[in-house]
Ligand binder design. Structure first.
Ligand code: SF4
Ligand code: SF4
Length: 361
């Protein structure tokens, strides 16, 4: 995301905000249609190329990685962190359906690169042919491939075929030590702060709140925590504050990012999407739909805050019901369970018991 684009997007945000709309909710009816996202197409990448990009940055390179192919991948994913990537490698098994069209490495290096590809996939808990938004692959690489030793380089070189890429491997280790967002940097903090100021102003001036369904619950968890004060990362405090001061304010249930999101480091102002590297966007979509199902509502419905929260607290008693998929079982990294804290906590129940600080008044 370039500064230029961010500034442009902020102007668009302010313009739309002036009529009470926030990205993702300007046209709730349309926003809820599952349109295919617009990208330049799916990018085919070899798993070891992900590691080499980190290695180049670990070696001190910045935008130009000194390799046309790796530089192009870097530019694409930085421009659009949601760019879909398919990880492909040339196997002989029944996964050969996804084999790359062409191989660029010399014949004598193919075994080494294929082993690297498969080991990286193993560490990331994936199989050849997997397609995901780019930002998620780089997070899973960071989480799963803690060192290049044993993948790109070895303690002992057993044969020429297995001489590996020691320099690149050690640079990967350096790059990984630089943090999990070196390939796709987090949002600019100054921009986040500006969005915080603008979006809070919009929220306090609005004649209705636009909230995604499961954020009603997050507001409750937030209220149920020890400290109840504004934070820079989102607008949960402010949404609660508005409702406590004006309990009859209409709340519209919107699809995708809402008035809570603009200052969040996972919010992409250019697309109005949540680009969390932890598959949070897809998890949150299921939570939204589960809240709507429990409440018997749909996107676009508008209810006074008092009525909406009375219904919510009547139908949803514990966070596990929605955010723990009913049974609290984590079936894959894409479907982790939010506990609202380091441990499965009582936040939602506490916030519910307190009526979000206004229902029991
Ligand atoms: S458990 Fe997490 S996702 Fe669920 S309502 Fe609480 S803070 Fe939100
Ligand atoms: S993580 Fe995503 S949904 Fe949650 S506040 Fe940030 S942008 Fe919004």
């Amino acid at each position: 995301m370039t500064q230029k684009n961010s500034n442009f997007s902020r102007r668009v945000f302010i313009k739309t905000a002036s009529v009470g709309a926030v990205a993702g909710s300007a046209m709730p009816g349309l926003a809820c249609r599952a349109k295919k996202s617009e990208h330049t197409g799916i990018l085919d990448v070899r798993p070891h190329e992900l590691m080499l990009i980190v290695a180049k940055i670990g070696a001190g390179l910045k935008d130009d990685l000194g390799d046309a192919r790796l530089t192009e991948i870097l530019q694409i994913v930085r421009r659009d962190p949601s760019q879909p990537i398919t990880l492909k490698c040339p196997v002989t098994s029944n996964y050969s359906f996804q084999n790359p069209d062409e191989l660029t490495e010399p014949e004598e290096e193919r075994l080494f690169y294929l082993r690297s590809d498969l080991y990286i996939l193993q560490r990331m808990g994936m199989a050849p042919g997997v397609t995901k938004p780019a930002i998620e692959f780089f997070q899973r690489l960071y989480d799963g491939v803690k060192t290049a030793k044993g993948i790109l380089y070895f303690d002992e070189i057993t044969a020429d075929t297995w001489k590996g890429l020691e320099k690149e491997g050690r640079n990967y280790d350096k790059g990984r030590a630089m943090g999990n967002r070196i390939v796709i940097p987090v949002r600019d903090q100054k921009e986040e702060a500006e969005y915080k100021i603008d979006s809070v102003k919009v929220m306090y001036e609005a004649d209705r709140l636009k909230i995604r369904p499961h954020h009603l619950m997050c507001m409750t968890c937030f209220y149920g925590r020890q400290t109840f004060k504004p934070i820079s990362e989102d607008n949960l405090f402010e949404a609660i504050d508005v409702i406590q001061k004006t309990p009859e304010i209409p709340v519209e249930l919107v699809c995708g990012p809402c008035m809570i999101c603009p200052p969040c480091y996972n919010y992409n102002p250019g697309t109005g999407q949540c680009v969390s590297p932890f598959s949070m966007a897809v998890r949150d979509e299921l939570k939204d739909l589960s809240v709507l199902q429990a409440l018997g509502l749909k996107y676009g419905d508008v209810l006074p805050a008092r009525e909406l929260y009375t219904l919510l607290f009547d139908r949803i008693h514990v966070q596990t019901q929605i955010c723990g998929w009913g049974d609290g079982v984590v079936t894959s990294p894409e479907w982790t369970v939010c506990t609202a804290g380091p441990e499965p906590g009582p936040e939602y129940a506490k916030g519910r018991a307190a009526g979000l600080g206004f229902l029991n008044q």
